[in-house]
Each structure stands twice: as structure tokens, then as C-alpha cells.
Design a protein around this ligand. Structure first.
Ligand code: ZL4
Ligand code: CA
Ligand code: ZN
Length: 393
């Protein structure tokens, strides 16, 4: 709250839309747009808004959404109405149009507005970068990586990341996409399967029969048909339950370091899904706020234009901690902020502990068993190194 100063000659922009946060997927649905309100209130309580350019983002236009999505899909999304009685049970209607209206992707009031605001924030962030007005642009309301061209999937209706990367590609020859959400970034991967101008890297829990979406095996690296320039440009890092900060940090630095060296991206898009944190309602990892933030710090150190997106995150107090810490890393004030939450933080009791960095014991009681043997992690690094032999800048 004190000592937060604007870094000289270094610009961070923050893009959000308070209207977005008012939408509801349904009482018991894990996705709570309100987590964005909680995150922002903690960020502001620390005084970080004084060290960034703050923007209320606009809603993306139909044409902007259509840079990736099919007009059939957008037209339907713009006209469907919520059901009077929400259908909570699965498979009551197995043939959903565009996968809309099931329990994962329910129809709710203002759905189209919610989607276009999420995409608008991501697109504004990308444009601040391409206009050379920001070094790091933050859009915590974006990061909805599962949406397909003409299909909703896994709480995602509009793929704001793909739309933002398409904007970056108008100005930069190559973009590196990195995804630390606990789920596989399948929608972004698929969108760029046939180009060598985007390299996608997802770290995720992989268990094809028991964990959504079931894709993202180590050797799924893009269609290897004869003339596909995008072959080898999808990197997947499949992980098991309980991975720790130390292991994740080793993997992340070694894999992203090698990729930056070989692929030589002109910009980085980083999806910071916070469901990879310990104690997440849907996640399975043992990552702490420090380990999650270390990924942002590493990407910042590459010295390239950087867009930060949100994503998953189903235990709001931990989402708010992670995205607050990561905002401080973007600004460069992470060593100057107090680890004790500011006294005047709204909803301070929501956080249970008054620290920005709760211990695993505080978060979980008993930490989740780590099912990632060191030997397997070495194999993953080895596979990626071999894959990179096929990648040219
Ligand atoms: C819920 O409690 O694994 C939805 C979804 C709604 C309310 C009450 C309905 C009860 C957990 C999840 C029935 C829910 C059944 N409600 C959900 C194969 C599945 C079919 C749907 O972080 N059922 C599908 C999607 C994943 C599946 C994860 C992550 C997004 C992101 C980026 C998306 N879908 C089995 C599950 C609940 C619910 C409780 C749920 N859904 C947990 N995991 C899924 O990567 C934003
Ligand atoms: Ca991921
Ligand atoms: Zn997720």
C-alpha cells in the first residue's frame, strides 16, 4: 500500500470491465465471475493501480469475434435465451446446439455481453502491446482457452486468447502462447495447428479418462501431415496430481527457456489459469502463489512484449492472491509489497489467512500426494528438446 511506484520507462496496462463480473453461471457452478472483483479489490488495496495504466475495456464487436468464430455460432450465441428452469442434470438433452446449455456451458442472463466483454479486454490488451504503449498488458477477465470456432466447451464460449493472438500476428511474425491453467489449452492449440507463426505450450494435468478435456499428451505436437508448417509447434506437458513449486519451476524454466531460444518469438501470450494452485476446487496440483508467479516472472525476464490472461481458478481467495502477486511482478514491485493483506482490503475475511502467501498446510491441511516422479519430468524435458529440433525461427 506504500512504496508502490511506477517503473520508469516501463508501462503496464490493466484491462477490466466491472460489468463482466456481475454475471452468474448459476449458484453451484464452479466458475464465479465475482473472483475478478475480489482480485481487483486486493490489487487496488495494495495501491497497484497507481503504478499501471487502468482501462475499462469495451465489449468486442461482432466483427472482432468473427475473426475466429463462425457467424452461425455467433448468431446463435447472440439470440439464445436462458432456460426458465436451468437444466442442471447431465444428458437430459444430449444434442445441444454448439454445446450450449449443458451444465458446463449453461445459458445465463447476459451471456453474449459477458463473452464480448471478456474478449474486449483481451483485445484491448493486445492492442496496447502492438501500439507499443505497454510492455505488459493484463486482462484477468480473459483466458478462456477451450472455446472452439463453432463450439462452446468447458465454461468457455468465446476464445478471447485466439482473438488477441490474431491481433498480435498482424504486427509480429511469431507469437509464443504459454498456458499454466491446470487444464489443457486445447482451443488455442487447435486454432493454430496449421501455422508455424504460433507455438503453443500447455502445462496441465493429463488423465485422458478422468480429467477434462482429455487431450494434450506429450506426443500430441500438431498434425504431422506432409505439408503442415504447424507440425511440431504444439508442446504439451502432461502432469500428474500434486506437482510442487520446485518441480514446476524446473520444468517451466527449462522448457520455456529452450523454446524462446529456438523459436525466437516476438511476443508472449501467457494464460495464468489459477486452478493450478493448491486447494483449487477443480485442480489437483500443489502449486503455491510463489510458484505460479515464478512463471510470470520468467516470461517477463525474456524481455518481450507480454500479454497476461486469466483463465480457470475456482477457489476465489487463491485466485485473487495469485493474480495480485502476478500484477505486482508485472509492475516490478513484488519485493516492496507486504505479505500481510492490507488492513482495509474489502472482503478481507474471505481470505481466511491474512497473508498473500499461505503455506500448503494452511491451504490444504494435508498436502496432496505428489505423483510426479523426477524421472518422468526428465523424460518430458527430453521429449521437448527433441521436438524442438524440428522448429526453426
Ligand atoms: C459443474 O456443481 O469434466 C457445473 C461443472 C455445474 C452445478 C450443478 C450441476 C451438477 C463441476 C463441474 C452436474 C455437474 C456435472 N454445477 C458436470 C465431462 C463433464 C460433464 C459435465 O479452467 N459435468 C465434463 C470442464 C469439466 C467435464 C472444466 C475448465 C475450464 C478452464 C478454463 C472446464 N467438464 C463432467 C462434469 C456443478 C459443477 C461441478 C466441472 N466441469 C468440473 N470439471 C468440469 O480450463 C476457464
Ligand atoms: Ca494448461
Ligand atoms: Zn482450468
Amino acid at each position: 500500500e506504500s512504496g508502490i511506484t511506477r517503473p520508469k520507462g516501463y508501462n503496464v496496462s490493466f484491462h477490466c470491465n466491472p460489468e463482466m463480473e456481475k454475471h452468474h453461471f448459476g449458484m453451484t457452478h464452479p466458475m464465479k465471475p465475482w473472483r475478478l472483483t475480489l482480485s481487483k479489490s486486493l490489487i487496488y488495496s495494495y495501491g497497484m493501480s497507481f503504478a499501471m495504466d487502468n482501462y475499462i475495456s469495451r465489449a468486442a464487436t461482432y466483427e472482432e469475434l468473427a475473426s475466429f468464430h463462425s457467424t452461425d455460432y455467433l448468431d446463435f450465441l447472440g439470440t439464445v435465451l436462458p432456460e426458465p428452469v436451468p437444466r442442471d442434470l447431465e444428458n437430459q438433452n444430449p444434442d445441444l446446439k454448439f454445446n450450449l446449455g449443458g451444465s458446463d456451458c449453461p445459458l445465463f442472463d447476459g451471456l453474449y455481453d459477458y463473452c464480448s466483454m471478456s474478449a474486449g479486454g483481451a483485445l484491448d490488451a493486445a492492442r496496447k502491446i502492438t501500439a507499443n504503449q505497454s510492455d505488459i498488458a493484463i486482462a484477468w477477465g480473459g483466458g478462456l482457452h477451450h472455446a472452439k470456432r463453432a463450439e462452446a466447451s468447458g465454461f468457455c464460449y468465446i476464445n478471447d486468447i485466439v482473438i488477441a493472438i490474431l491481433e498480435l500476428l498482424r504486427f509480429y511474425p511469431r507469437v509464443l502462447y504459454v498456458d499454466i491453467d491446470v487444464h489443457h489449452g486445447d482451443g488455442v492449440e487447435e486454432a493454430f495447428f496449421s501455422t508455424d507463426r504460433v507455438m503453443t505450450v500447455s502445462f496441465h494435468k493429463y488423465d485422458p479418462n478422468n480429467f477434462f478435456p482429455g487431450t494434450g499428451a506429450l506426443d500430441d505436437n500438431g498434425p504431422k501431415n506432409e505439408h503442415n508448417p504447424g507440425a511440431h509447434h504444439a508442446v504439451n506437458v502432461p502432469l500428474n496430481d500434486g506437482i510442487t513449486d520446485e518441480q514446476y519451476d524446473m520444468l517451466f524454466n527449462s522448457i520455456i527457456g529452450k523454446i524462446v531460444e529456438k523459436f525466437r518469438p516476438s511476443a508472449i501470450a501467457l494464460q495464468c489459469g489459477a486452478d493450478s494452485l493448491a486447494g483449487d476446487r477443480l485442480g489437483r496440483f500443489n502449486l503455491q502463489v510463489q510458484g505460479h508467479g515464478a512463471c510470470v516472472e520468467f516470461c517477463k525476464k525474456m524481455g518481450l512484449p507480454l500479454v497476461l490472461f486469466g483463465g480457470g481458478g475456482y477457489t476465489p481467495r487463491n485466485v485473487a492472491r495469485a493474480w495480485t502477486y502476478e500484477t505486482s511482478i508485472a509492475i516490478g514491485c513484488q519485493d516492496n509489497i507486504s505479505s500481510v493483506l492490507p488492513q482495509h482490503t474489502p472482503w478481507r475475511d474471505q481470505f481466511r489467512q491474512d497473508t498473500l502467501f499461505p503455506t500448503l498446510e494452511q491451504i490444504l491441511g494435508e498436502p496432496r500426494q505428489n505423483r510426479n516422479p523426477q524421472k518422468r519430468l526428465q523424460e518430458i524435458v527430453q521429449h521437448v528438446s527433441e521436438q524442438l529440433r524440428f522448429v526453426q525461427a
